[in-house]
Structures are given as structure tokens and as C-alpha cells.
Design a protein around this ligand. Structure first.
Ligand code: ATP
Ligand code: MG
Length: 283
């Protein structure tokens, strides 16, 4: 039985559960308890505050956990980062009132910064040789400069909208973060096997993100040209059509390239271009 720690509520909760469900793990919909077992896979889920996940995994109370990389770095517990999961993307940045001139990290010498991430910030200032005071606060960090609590802030940024609303500007990005799967160092063989299955399912789900399945009919004499336009992951599938002189090409393409490829294929005489969503890509 592999015990997975995940956020009980908050920004990562829903996406963590969706990923597990996508990976075929049956999780009870209602009646969510602190600890619940999946009915079809040897895992149980432990719901926690995200702050507590790194420590819980580090000491082996949970075997793996899904948490923001920012929390992992801040807490500094010994855990293995097994996989980046691609959601919960944000960055940790320094921001100052927008009317101040920013000259570089030395700007922060002798100033005070409010943050909920003192560990990461201390390390950053140490590396930069900057002597800056740190005020640790648990929330509403972005109002600190306006109320005179600090000269700037160090906090999570995603769109930057909150900074603008509070008259702040982002001046240094210190780290990027996304949700990661972490594991207890040295998991035993049985648990590692379950974790490996889980990771390979996650990989299949992540691989299919941003991909589309393209089907296109081309005249046989245009196959070479068409294949040059749609290189696929390995080799595209080529099937003869009942209509003599025509073939169908099936290929996996990046979503961002779908329109460009479709336009170029049409230009060389391709017809009936079908673009389908892809759910999972298991290789
Ligand atoms: P908890 O109650 O579990 O302690 P919390 O309030 O500390 O929750 P949330 O706000 O739910 O934390 O954020 C959880 C994680 O989601 C963050 O640590 C970060 O990795 C990520 N995150 C936070 N804000 C954003 C954002 N604006 N965009 C994307 N990801 C974010
Ligand atoms: Mg938290």
C-alpha cells in the first residue's frame, strides 16, 4: 500500500485529485476523510495542509506527496523529487512599489521584505551578498508595503494582477514552481513498484497534453510531401483508402502546430483533415 499525501483544500487539491482519477485511481467522491483508500489500486490518500506535506513525506508517514516545488524548497526537508506534474505553475518573485527605481539586487541592502517564504529568500540574499531584513508573515503579503510593514515583498506570482492591484512591480524572479511528486528517500521495493506504475501513468497523461491526433487523406503521389509536413513521434501511420490512388495519414502533432500543418497539407492537395483530442499517450 502506497500512501499519497495531497493538499486537503486549496489550489492544488482539485488538480491533484483529477490527475489521480485520470490515472485510473478510484477515489470516493463524497465523504472525504483525512485518510481514504482507493478501491481499485493499492494506494491510500492522506489529506493535509500543503505546508505539512514535505515533512510528512520526508519522515515516511506518507510515501509520496503532491505539493508545490516552492513548499518543498522552503521547508528544506530531505525528499526525493520524483516528477514535475506541470500544474500549479507560478513563480516566486521580489516586488517593490512601482514608483521606486530598481537598480539590481543591491537595492535590497538595508531594506525589509515581507514574505511567507523566508527560507528561500534568505538563501537568495546570501547568494547575492545582500543584507536585507526579512519579515515573515503568513498571508496578505502584498499589502505590506502600503501599510508600512516592509519596503517590498517576496511572494508567489502567476499573472501579476495582484501586484498591479497593490501598486507593486515585479523586479526579480527567484524561482519557478509547479506541482511535483515527491517521495520518501529510499522507498522499499514494493512501494517503489507502485510509485513507478503511478509515475508512468502520470507520464502518459502529461505526454498527451498539448497534443492532437491528426487524420488526413492525401493522393498517393503527395505522400512524401505530406510526410515531410507532419513528422510524427515515431513514424506516422499510413493506410490505403478504399478509393484507389488515395491514402490516409494518422499522426500525433503539437496543438500549436495544427493549423499551420493543416494549411500546408491543404495546399498540396490533402482533403478531409480531421483533428481529434488525445486523452492519454502510453508508450
Ligand atoms: P494550505 O491551506 O494547504 O496551507 P495554502 O493557502 O498554503 O494552502 P494555496 O494558496 O492553496 O496554499 O496554494 C498551494 C500551492 O499552489 C502553492 O504553494 C503554489 O505552489 C501554488 N500556487 C499558489 N498560488 C498560485 C497561483 N496564483 N497560480 C498557480 N499556482 C499557485
Ligand atoms: Mg500552506
Amino acid at each position: 500500500m502506497l500512501r499519497i499525501a495531497l493538499q486537503s483544500k486549496g489550489r492544488l487539491n482539485e488538480k491533484s485529485l483529477a490527475l489521480l482519477r485520470d490515472a485510473g485511481i478510484a477515489i470516493e467522491e463524497n465523504n472525504r476523510r483525512l485518510l481514504s483508500q482507493a478501491s481499485n489500486f493499492p494506494v491510500e490518500l492522506l489529506y493535509l495542509r500543503d505546508d505539512d506535506i514535505p515533512q510528512t513525506v520526508s519522515c515516511g508517514i506518507a510515501d509520496v506527496g503532491i505539493v508545490g516545488l516552492n513548499e518543498v524548497m522552503e521547508r528544506g526537508f530531505d525528499v526525493e523529487i520524483l516528477q514535475h506534474l506541470g500544474f500549479g505553475k507560478c513563480r516566486l518573485s521580489l516586488a517593490i512599489p512601482k514608483n521606486l527605481d530598481y537598480t539590481g539586487p543591491e537595492f535590497f541592502n538595508g531594506r525589509k521584505i515581507a514574505t511567507s517564504y523566508p527560507g528561500i529568500l534568505k538563501k537568495y540574499f546570501l547568494e547575492k551578498g545582500v543584507d536585507c531584513g526579512i519579515r515573515e508573515i503568513a498571508g496578505s503579503v502584498e499589502i505590506s508595503p502600503a501599510i508600512g510593514l516592509a519596503d517590498g515583498i517576496f511572494d508567489i506570482v502567476s499573472s501579476g494582477g495582484t501586484l498591479i492591484q497593490n501598486g507593486l512591480k515585479e523586479v526579480e524572479k527567484v524561482m519557478d514552481s509547479d506541482a511535483v511528486l515527491i517521495g520518501t528517500p529510499g522507498l522499499d521495493k514494493e512501494k517503489r513498484e507502485v510509485a513507478d506504475i503511478l509515475m508512468s501513468r502520470f507520464t502518459s497523461i502529461l505526454r498527451s497534453k498539448g497534443k492532437k491526433y491528426m487524420l488526413v487523406n492525401v493522393p498517393n503521389e503527395k505522400i512524401e510531401e505530406a510526410l515531410a509536413i507532419i513528422p510524427s513521434m515515431k513514424s506516422p501511420t499510413l493506410l490505403p483508402l478504399a478509393d484507389k490512388g488515395w491514402s490516409a495519414i494518422h499522426a500525433v502533432v503539437d496543438e500549436s502546430e495544427v493549423w499551420d500543418k493543416a494549411d500546408r497539407l491543404k495546399k498540396i492537395g490533402a482533403e478531409d483533415i480531421l483533428i481529434l483530442s488525445m486523452e492519454k499517450l502510453i508508450v
